[in-house]
Design a protein around this ligand. Sequence first.
Ligand code: SF4
Length: 475
Amino acid sequence: MRSFVLADPLDFDGWREAARRLRLAGVEPAEVRFVVGHSRGDLFDEAAALPEVEGAFNAPRAFMETAAQLIQHRSENRFDLMYRLLWRLKDQPDLLNVLSDQDVAEAADRVKAVRRAAHKMKAFVRFRQAEDEAGEHWVAWFEPAHRVLQATAPFFVRRFSAMRWTILTPDGSAHWNGEALDCRPAAEQAQAPTEDAMEDFWRTYYASTFNPARLRPQAMQSEMPKRYWKNLPEAALIPELMAAASVRTEAMVTRPTSRPNDRFQRVRAPVVDRAATDDLAPESLDELARGVQGCRRCPLWRDATQGVCGEGPKRAALMVVGEQPGDQEDLVGRPFAGPAGRLLGAAFEEAGLNRRDLYLTNAVKHFKHEPRGKRRLHKTPNAGEVQACRWWLDHERRLVKPRLILALGATAGLAVLGRKPAVQAERGRVMTTADGARVLLTVHPAYLLRLPDPARRDSERARFLADLAAASAQF
Ligand code: SF4
């Protein structure tokens, strides 16, 4: 038996070169064992030299795809299994179609386990908010069942391309700075933040989607295996929700029938359609926020994760109104949490405004978008949707009573002024609405992000700062 050393557990290139030479030299699988780096210190010194051979051969594409996934499996003998399959393909080109074959079946089981680990990683990574010298940074600790981090990281790049994030695992870490993905050595859990303001969101979200009538503990643990619970904020609720399930099921059975697909209604908020809301008036911002979760005044609630209400002091002197929550705001449930929000926060600082003193909200409370592959592309709300949601904005204005409203962009202008404004012509000066509110209009920060020409972007940013400074002087 000869042992060959690979550089690391995912050293596919090293294995491929060794396997090529061994097969060309006629070295049978039973004579070969692959080991990784120093994982077998005693064998390292005995590692055999690879035979010097000339020539090449083609391995079937299906085998290469299988091998690329098999290598992520944690079993120590996965490289040996890969070589055995490669060796046997020489005489049995259709081997991979023989599902009754023991090696093929073993490989299929392991590939399935790797795919499942990747799927669980996509579902159960939970980023927590942190800060570093460059600002906001999202960090997650995750312990995948197999070594799927490198293969799965591009999914997170596509999904969270606008955030700076890091995923730490015992096998390695992946870092995305907004432009490039960097994979580095193994990390320790102590490097990850343990808690942030998002914990409550995940717990609330899980509680709101937990249906006790459908509780099947075995199926639930298959979908959310216990090994992942310790890093999931919402998992802390599972024992409690399971214990309360029978009581809640009974209550659901005796309750009047509810409308389908109203997931927030079940736990968090009664449905409030247009007819119902016109006669109601929320008495506090908390009540208003609960009402938005059950709102059916327009169709936008259907495809959104949640309604996103305003946040800030109850008596803020300046209310800032944007267009609608974006992809990230929809997920985290807070306004201006995405790239445009970060640009706005920086501009506030330059204009001498403290974000914590301001009430930030949007004209429309649910995210309007259309799917494009795995992405959700922003769509501008139409006039009917803005009009429907204006009911909520008007109540926010009534409750906060700001001295000045800063409207960001045409949609916010429409919601506040009741007419579509000419933003460039009307920006930067205080207008008074029919109900006496003072409004200053400027562009939406997303407009600045979309400008391709750096010189134009700089000049538009300067105009934006001047508008913010004008607002700052008016309240
Ligand atoms: Fe209601 Fe506004 Fe959501 Fe439409 S966008 S469902 S009006 S909260």
